[in-house]
Unconditional design. Structure first.
Length: 318
């Protein structure tokens, strides 16, 4: 297939480029570099099966030649207001990527009678009242809260994708991505994995906002990409959770990072700095992925952290 990936220079998008090229497909990458980095795709320069368009998906998308599939991954994704790449500092761009970007990407897919895959998120579940979260859960999200520019953009994108499927008969898929980590995350992304790894490498105390009891479920990027690829090749149109069901508290996660990094600097708690609508629990129910896609993650947390730690050390010159 010849596949268009929006957000191709991002953390997830760049790994998808690699996987699809490895599988023998041709890839058309698209990114405006607001949060993505040219470094993430620099190794693809000269690859005759890869071409790149610098473009903002909020504007009309034109790609010369036939496209067989469109994967829409363009969007800021970090909730951290202290990061220039966090969606609190890019609120309009985030909503445009989710609304206009999804509309324009769907338009390319429809014009080419191509498959369409939307990168949605576990954040559509909000601060969940159901645990673990299955695809049948409608969520508990604040439509005007701190995270709403991202959450509601993705909820709208899912609704629009299903509208194109039902009204136009477009061959669509929706993946709800849970917390993912790995090489190529931005060092200044502001999310927990980059923060912890940098602090551990520098032998600084790991900063926890709140008491550390909030939970996350961390999936290594290679596992996630495999799940997405299986979904692309499937015939499933309804949303599918892709993530690691192994739940861990942020405190336990911090202790694991310090141990793997060999840091004795400990942990610093900031109970008053927890973001107001930070979800307290996050764990995917992946039964649909297991049954429909024959997929589940295979990378142990410690193994994934070691690989990611080495990437961060290389980036920091350690």
């Amino acid at each position: 297939m010849r596949i268009l990936i929006t957000g191709a220079a991002g953390f997830l998008g760049s790994h998808l480029c690699d996987r699809l090229l490895e599988e023998g497909h041709s890839v058309v990458g698209m990114d405006n570099f607001i949060t993505g980095s040219p470094d993430n795709i620099s190794h693809l320069a000269g690859n005759t099966h890869f071409e790149f368009y610098r473009h903002d998906v909020a504007n009309f998308i034109y790609v010369q030649g036939k496209i067989d599939a469109v994967l829409h991954f363009a969007s800021p994704a970090s909730p951290n207001p202290g990061s220039p790449y966090g969606y609190p500092n890019l609120p309009i761009q985030t909503m445009k990527a989710g609304a206009l970007g999804t509309h324009n990407s769907l338009g390319v897919a429809r014009a080419n009678s191509a498959k369409f895959l939307l990168a949605s998120t576990s954040e559509i579940y909000g601060d969940p009242e159901v645990h673990p979260q299955s695809e049948s859960y409608w969520g508990h999200a604040d439509p005007i809260g701190f995270r709403s520019v991202y959450d509601e953009a993705k909820r709208f994108a899912e609704a629009l994708t299903m509208a194109y499927h039902r009204y136009h008969g477009l061959d669509t898929r929706i993946v709800r991505i849970f917390n993912t980590y790995g090489p190529r995350m931005r060092l200044d992304d502001g999310r927990v994995v980059p923060n912890f790894l940098q602090q551990a490498i520098k032998h600084q105390p790991l900063t926890i906002y709140g008491d550390g009891s909030q939970t996350r479920s961390f999936c290594f990027v290679d596992d996630l990409v495999s799940g997405i690829y299986n979904l692309l090749l499937s015939d499933e149109h309804l949303p599918v959770n892709i993530g690691n069901p192994q739940e861990t508290s942020i405190l336990e996660f911090a202790e694991t990072i310090n141990r793997i990094a060999g840091s004795s600097a400990g942990i610093a708690f900031f109970p008053d700095k927890r973001l107001g609508d930070d979800p307290q629990r996050r764990q995917p129910d992946i039964n649909r992925a297991r049954n429909l896609l024959h997929w589940e993650p295979s990378t142990a947390l410690e193994d994934g952290i070691k690989m990611t730690l080495q990437y961060f050390k290389d980036q920091l010159g350690q």
